[in-house]
Write a protein that binds this ligand. Structure first.
Ligand code: ADP
Length: 809
């Protein structure tokens, strides 16, 4: 038992028959313990008194006693320490003298109070001033000490330095605070359960992890926080552990799955501990949400996979070594494979570097040595070299090596190197093929690097620009641009490099180039961007367009001249046309006026001739009658001719606007007008379904009428037949009028449509030769054509076309 913790009230209980004595020890924490000593004999009692005296003497609390007058009669070690006053200096003095402060006043007052009230104990807290000037804060308990008769003979006083108690209390409080802070701020969840799996404690981190508040989860089963399977397992395992002490799994750092309030599973890392508290078996789990770590692990794994896939796919060989070389040199399998070896065929790691250098083509060795030295000495951050290395088969392979520093010492020198190696033989080969293709190109070609320097030029370029190949290579492309454009060129070039697209020749710009002698010439340039590991290069094909420009100029001139002539001729034609039209109009007008004006005298002639016939019939002889008959006949003919001519001229002068015309109805109108002739000739006039067309109705009636009339007239069959039909041909209607008449000699097929053109005498077939000319004029006005297909004796077919949906002229 801790000596510090004991304050001895040391009340000796009245022992009955001295047989039994109970010491009542009081701990400051309030936990009481009873020590019972049975059957204490008198001599032993003496002995025990000695113990008691020693205990009192050496107790850490101050224990003092006064007689009834308040004079100190006992002063233990604790009192010496508390008051800083040796026993010898205290004994025999009035109690109020041993300290200052509140002590001299309060203590006598307490004594007086106990005496007055007869109470068994008094208690005080007070500030005392020690004789050495130090201030102490004390708590004291005072009890009266009675004699056997019960009369007071003095007082016992136990004093405690409150400061120390306060310190202890504070320490306890602080430790509790610390514990609480730790528990509450812990990033790990802390959960305590009892042996029945009921949750007793749930810290804020656990709230975070599982999504439950402590107050709602406390008292519920821990299995709520587990997927069902794990919950069942937990219950069984805990039961078994409680019964047998057998653990089913290690209790630290186990990975288990938890169940969030939302139902989502959470990967957890858990450690368990068992605690006994007031006789209960409790279990505490420290729970960590490792989803983030799991994710990080997965990400890491993914990155590793990606990297290894990238390395595998790209076929890169990897190496890593210290500088200077030690046994921790690493070359990947692929690295060896690139040179045709198995890894175990290579020299020992520490001897490998000289061997590698040996495999480099002698011409390329200075290059790699210089690059490597500059790199390891810290002058360059890394290096990329392209060189030839000997393959195991003895052939040379083009290799591209890329090294970087993994570690450097304080002075910047490389101590560890990481690098990759790639077989670029194939690329080099295609580069060579490319170079040859460029060389063989018929145009001048140059390739520039992203900085605008010429890296490739073919022989044509040498010829075109007048520079030797050595001069061209490495030259800024601006040197090939005339001075007057040179300033702007780098900007144009930068602009192009920003969004490089293939630009074909002759993109519409007038470009000029400059020869080595300073002379300028016009060019056309085609550009092709080429992606290279070092960036975008541009291949330009250049064509000298001097000759072509000259030819173009000549051609342009000739063209202009031609255009001029055509324009002139067109104007002449238009003029002639206009003239023709004018004279046509005049002619039509003349025909109209002439025929119109001729009608009047003609009418008076026939009038007078009729008068002659009626009034002078008897006075005239045979001859005169015959002549008069001739006059009548001819005036009739002339009248018909004049009417026909009028009809001809009216095609234009009486033209009406176009409308929708049902040809079937026009046909009926025409037949109606011809009914007399049809009856006379005993003709059969028929038609099929005819379309509606856009045109001048009365003219279309006239057109059909003329054609039908001819079909009946030029017909010697006993039953003349004329048939009308139509069919569509693309965007026009073709109407045909078929007869079984005398037919027409093919030689005259076109002529019959001319004015006054006839194939027969008046005696054989009377007529004016105007009907078909009228037909043609009508058809032309409607934008169509008219023609005939016929053979003598086999009937005729007259065709005319009418455009479909033609707007009015
Ligand atoms: P006209 O009938 O007044 O002589 P046209 O212009 O109508 O004048 O005809 C011109 C000539 O074409 C006619 O004289 C005739 O010789 C010939 N012709 C016209 N239609 C037919 C036809 N259906 N069959 C045979 N010959 C025809």
């Amino acid at each position: 038992m801790d000596r510090d913790a004991i304050s001895v009230d040391a009340r000796r209980a009245e022992a009955e028959g001295g047989e039994r004595k109970v010491q009542h020890l009081v701990q400051p924490t309030g936990i009481e313990a009873h020590i019972t000593m049975n059957h204490v004999n008198q001599p032993e009692e003496m002995l025990s008194d000695r113990f008691l005296v020693s205990i009192l003497e050496h107790a850490h609390d101050a224990i003092i006693a006064t007689n009834d007058d308040g004079v100190l009669i006992s002063w233990n070690k604790g009192a010496e320490a508390l008051f800083g006053l040796p026993k010898a200096a205290a004994i025999g003095r009035p109690v109020e003298e041993v300290a200052g402060g509140e002590w001299p006043e309060q203590l006598p007052r307490l004594i007086a109070q106990i005496r007055r009230t007869g109470s068994a104990e008094g208690h005080l807290e007070l500030i005392c001033l020690r004789t050495d000037g130090k201030v102490i804060s004390v708590e004291l308990w005072m009890s009266p000490v009675p004699d056997d008769a019960g009369n007071p003979i003095g007082f016992s006083v136990v004093l405690r330095d409150i400061a120390r108690r306060k310190r202890a209390e504070r320490a306890l409080r602080e430790s509790e605070d610390r514990y609480r802070t730790v528990v509450e701020t812990a990033s790990d969840g802390i959960i305590t359960i009892d042996a029945k799996s009921n949750i007793l404690f749930f810290n804020p981190a656990a709230e975070q992890i599982f999504g439950y508040r402590a107050d709602e989860i406390t008292g519920r089963k821990i299995t709520v926080l587990m997927p069902e399977v794990l919950g069942n397992r937990h219950t069984m395992s805990l039961q078994e552990y409680l019964e047998t002490g057998q653990k089913h799994m290690p209790w630290t750092g186990i990975e288990l799955t938890g169940l969030h309030r939302s139902g989502q599973e959470i990967p957890l890392e858990i450690s368990f501990g068992e605690v006994y508290l007031e006789g209960r078996r409790l279990f505490t789990g420290i729970v960590r949400d490792v989803s983030v770590r799991k994710q990080a692990e997965e990400t890491l794994q993914r990155n590793k996979n990606r990297l290894s896939l990238a390395v595998e796919v790209t076929g890169l060989g990897i190496y890593e070594h210290a500088v200077p070389l030690d046994e921790h040199t690493y070359h990947s399998d692929r690295w060896a494979e690139i040179l045709g070896y198995q890894l175990d065929e290579l020299p020992a790691p520490e001897d490998r570097l000289p061997w590698v250098i040996e495999q480099v083509h002698p011409e390329d060795r200075p290059k790699i040595e210089a690059a490597y030295t500059a790199f390891v000495e810290g002058r360059t951050p890394g290096y990329v070299v392209e060189l030839r290395m000997r393959h195991k088969s003895g052939s040379w392979h083009w290799i591209r090596g890329y090294s970087k520093a993994m570690a450097r010492n304080e002075s910047g020198k490389v101590t560890r190197v990481l690098g990759v190696m790639e077989d670029i033989t194939e690329r080099k080969r295609s580069e060579e093929r490319f170079r040859l293709a460029v060389e063989a190109a018929p145009n001048a070609m140059v390739m520039v690097d992203p900085g605008g320097r010429i890296v490739l030029a073919n022989q044509q370029a040498e010829v075109l620009f007048g520079y030797g190949r050595e001069q061209l290579l490495g030259m800024a492309i601006e040197n090939l641009v005339p001075e007057r454009f040179r300033g702007a060129h780098p900007d144009l070039r930068a602009e192009y490099f920003e969004a490089p697209v293939a630009r074909p020749m002759g993109a519409g710009r007038d470009l000029f180039a400059r020869r080595s002698d300073g002379s300028e010439f016009p060019v056309e340039i085609g550009l092709t961007p080429i992606q290279m590991p070092e960036g975008t290069f541009v291949l330009g094909a250049i064509v000298d367009t001097t000759v072509r420009k000259q030819l173009e100029d000549t051609l342009r001139q000739a063209n202009q001249e031609l255009e001029h002539r055509v324009a002139q001729r067109t104007k002449e034609l238009i003029d002639a046309n206009e003239k023709l039209e004018r004279s046509n109009i005049e002619l039509t007008r003349f025909a109209y006026i002439a025929s119109h004006d001729l009608q009047t005298p003609l009418r008076s002639i026939s009038g007078f001739v009729q008068l002659l016939q009626q009034d002078y019939h008897d006075q005239l002889d045979e001859q005169a009658h015959h002549w008069i008959d001739r006059v009548v006949y001819n005036t009739k003919r002339m009248k018909i001719q004049i009417e026909d001519l009028l009809a001809y001229s009216r095609v234009d002068s009486r033209a009406r606007p176009f409308t929708e015309v049902e040809l079937g109805l026009a046909f009926l109108d025409a037949v109606d007008s011809l009914s007399a002739s049809i009856l006379d000739a005993n003709a059969n006039v028929t038609c099929e379904d005819l379309p509606a067309v856009h045109g001048d109705r009365s003219q279309l009636v006239q057109l059909l009428q003329n054609l039908l009339e001819n079909g009946i007239k030029y017909n010697t069959s006993a039953r003349p037949a004329v048939h009308v039909a139509a069919e569509q041909n693309q965007d026009e209607w073709i109407v045909r009028v078929v007869d079984n008449g005398i037919g027409i000699d093919g030689r005259y097929g076109d002529q019959i449509f001319e004015l006054f053109r006839r194939l027969h005498t008046q005696q054989a077939y009377p007529g004016t030769g105007i009907g078909l000319a009228v037909c043609r004029r009508i058809v032309h006005r409607h934008g169509g054509r008219i023609w005939v297909e016929s053979d003598p004796g086999k009937g005729s077919v007259f065709y005319f076309s009418i455009p479909i949906e033609r707007s009015a002229p």
